[in-house]
Design a binder for this molecule. Sequence first.
Ligand code: NAD
Length: 298
Amino acid sequence: MSELRFDGRVAVITGAGQGLGRSHALSLAERGAKVVVNDLGGALDGTGASAGPAAEVVELIRKNGGEAAVSTDDVATPEGAQAIVRTAIDTYGRLDIVVNNAGILRDRSFGKMSVEEFDQVLAVHVRGSFLVSRAAFPYLKEQGYGRIVNTSSPAGLFGNFGQANYSTAKMGLVGLTKTLGIEGARAGITANAIAPIAWTRMTSEILPAEFEARFSAERVSALVTFLAHEACETNGEVFSVGGGRIARVFVAEGPGWRQDDHTVEDIRDNWQAILAEQPYLTPTTLGRQATAFMEAML
Ligand code: NAD
């Protein structure tokens, strides 16, 4: 089987100074991509900044014989996002791949969560992914090719105590991914998302110690690397990944229950039919969901 290579391709990876992003950067660089390693270098809650983590990853890639450029810009500001993309264009003259990975945590139970804690988490995850993709989009569109990989989370897909801000952000990324996929398709741009689980500073205090080797970041990066390759034409999908397992996660609509002019009591009496899951639909656009909805009314 031929090896999947990225020679001639240029990738931007946000939050690549450590954890999952670092592993994605090493994986793509090892396969020939030129990589912009972006990282603000702050604490887990997003406070502070340091040029160290991004510079260390760049140094490691170069030591391994690869090519990499450093960016310590903030994904959450329009200027920072523009600067990240400009680093790719100014250094390598093109951009093919964007991996939106930068993230922070500000966990707090819902009743105690401050507006700032909510806003800051959405700013890095959702606004940051929007801004960096937006800065990259004209270049990808112009060349008629691009691969965008966003980073969602099981916390967003399924909910998690103490993470109202993070869950909102991570499900928001599913919406962004699906619409980006639809709007980019005509220009050869795909957008997919991962919902990973890996042993990083974000999880090392909540995962059991024996998970460290099994849930290595490298096991997530293999999927990100595939999604970033031209051989992968899948678009608008979300994948649960970690510990060696990869699964498609899809948004489905149950068969539904229908009765014209129904009353509140009719809804109560047919609640189990409304909750039914089988046979479900997995529409890939709002238009397809609307068509299915209309067909059910005939
Ligand atoms: P991590 O803390 O090791 O890495 C996140 C990186 O993002 C850090 O290096 C940080 O400096 C950088 N960053 C934060 N804010 C930034 C900003 N404004 N601009 C640029 N860089 C910034 O954590 P990780 O586990 O590697 O997380 C990577 C991504 O994966 C995050 O989006 C996270 O939410 C997601 N995720 C991780 C897990 C897991 O199990 N580790 C699970 C689900 C989702």
